[in-house]
Design a protein around this ligand. Structure first.
Ligand code: NAD
Length: 328
């Protein structure tokens, strides 16, 4: 099959090539999918898309007119595709519903430890010959309360790791994970209760209409002063302008973020010769108690292998006319 791969990055190409196993004609492109790049996929039966690609109704229309009938998303999240439009056009869509949850959960723990122990500031001071510890006081995680929002694949691994630190776990999820309850003793409660009790909150739910801006001034107003907020899920689950206020009034002592609500035009590219005009992004990345990584939580060899395997499993099944449980 002829397949167009949008937004190809150097880090993933070998994994995709290996799993394609010479069975398909792959056209790799660094271009992201937008209205004016949809025609690049002309005469391709399928495309492989990344989280940063635009899969809005008008782009799907254009893909359809160019012959595309299958979209393999190489991501868990599918908040960036208009599924009802794809269905209307008869374009099948599949995602990678799970791949190493350890990759993202371990990155969330990394951000938490780095923010709490002020690692970035400590390194800067070290290089300036400043060995004063006055700015570097943190807290033990042992016996602290950790709120986990979304206890699916990634949230469950994060909970298990934090259990190992000796933390008390609170969870918020419309679907309670009974196995996790037995394994870690996590207690399910309301989001408001979590905000009032937690020393750390880590977000692991999908971006849905119901979770967009879930973390806003109302929830920040309930939070325990000095808490830490970690987000490796999707940027728009947090209202950035409200987060900046909560950081300024020190309700939130620090944040570790792998995602940002307007990351679409920023992340995954080298902007060395561009000016990024985004005051909120600048305020966040220059904040002394915030650490941001550029949507890299998934970036382990194990995760890249599993993403490529499931992507070609989906494509090969579709080619044979067989459905998979990964179709959305
Ligand atoms: P999952 O589907 O296994 O788990 C998501 C959980 O969130 C489910 O248990 C679901 O019931 C719960 N949920 C749904 N609505 C909720 C709500 N309103 N409040 C609280 N919980 C809610 O997904 P996962 O594999 O654990 O991934 C979670 C999210 O992490 C993905 O949707 C994706 O956006 C993000 N992600 C980010 C990266 C990254 O590199 N930063 C990598 C993988 C996934």
């Amino acid at each position: 099959m002829k397949i167009f791969v949008y937004s190809t990055h150097r880090f993933e190409k070998p994994f995709l090539l290996k799993e394609a196993n010479n069975q398909h004609e792959l056209i790799f492109s660094a271009y992201s999918l937008k209205l004016n790049t949809a025609k690049l996929a002309k005469d391709c039966n399928a495309i492989i898309a990344f989280t940063s690609d635009d899969l809005s109704a008008e782009v799907l229309n254009e893909l359809f007119h160019n012959g595309v009938r299958y979209i393999a998303l190489r991501s868990v999240g599918y908040d960036h595709i208009n599924l009802s439009k794809a269905k209307e056009l008869g374009i099948k869509v599949a995602n990678v519903p799970n791949y190493s949850p350890y990759a993202t959960a371990e990155h969330a723990v990394t951000l938490l430890l780095a923010v709490n122990r002020k690692l970035v500031l400590g390194q800067k001071l070290m290089k300036l010959n400043n060995f004063s510890l006055d700015e570097l006081v943190s807290f033990d995680l042992h016996q602290k309360t950790i709120g986990i929002v979304g206890t699916g694949n990634i949230g469950a691994v994060f909970a298990t790791i934090m259990k190992g630190f000796g933390c008390r776990l609170l969870g918020f999820d419309p679907v309670e994970n009974k196995e996790l309850q037995l394994k870690t003793g996590i207690i399910y409660t309301s989001i408001e209760d979590i905000c009032q009790q937690a020393d750390v909150i880590s977000i692991h739910c999908p971006l849905l209409p119901s979770t967009r801006y879930m973390f806003n001034s109302k929830l920040f107003g309930l939070m325990k002063k000095g808490m830490l907020l970690i987000n490796t899920a999707r940027g728009s689950i947090i209202k950035t302008s409200d987060l900046l206020i909560a950081l300024e009034n020190q309700t939130i002592a620090g944040a570790g973020l792998d995602v940002y609500e307007k990351e679409h035009d920023i992340f995954f590219r080298n902007h060395l010769n561009n000016v990024i005009i985004d005051a909120e992004f600048d305020a966040l990345r220059n904040h002394k108690n915030v650490i941001i990584t550029g949507h890299q939580a998934f970036l382990t060899r194990e995760a890249l292998t599993e993403i490529a395997q499931t992507t070609f499993f989906n494509i090969n099944k579709w080619e044979k006319g067989e459905a998979t449980k990964n179709e959305l």
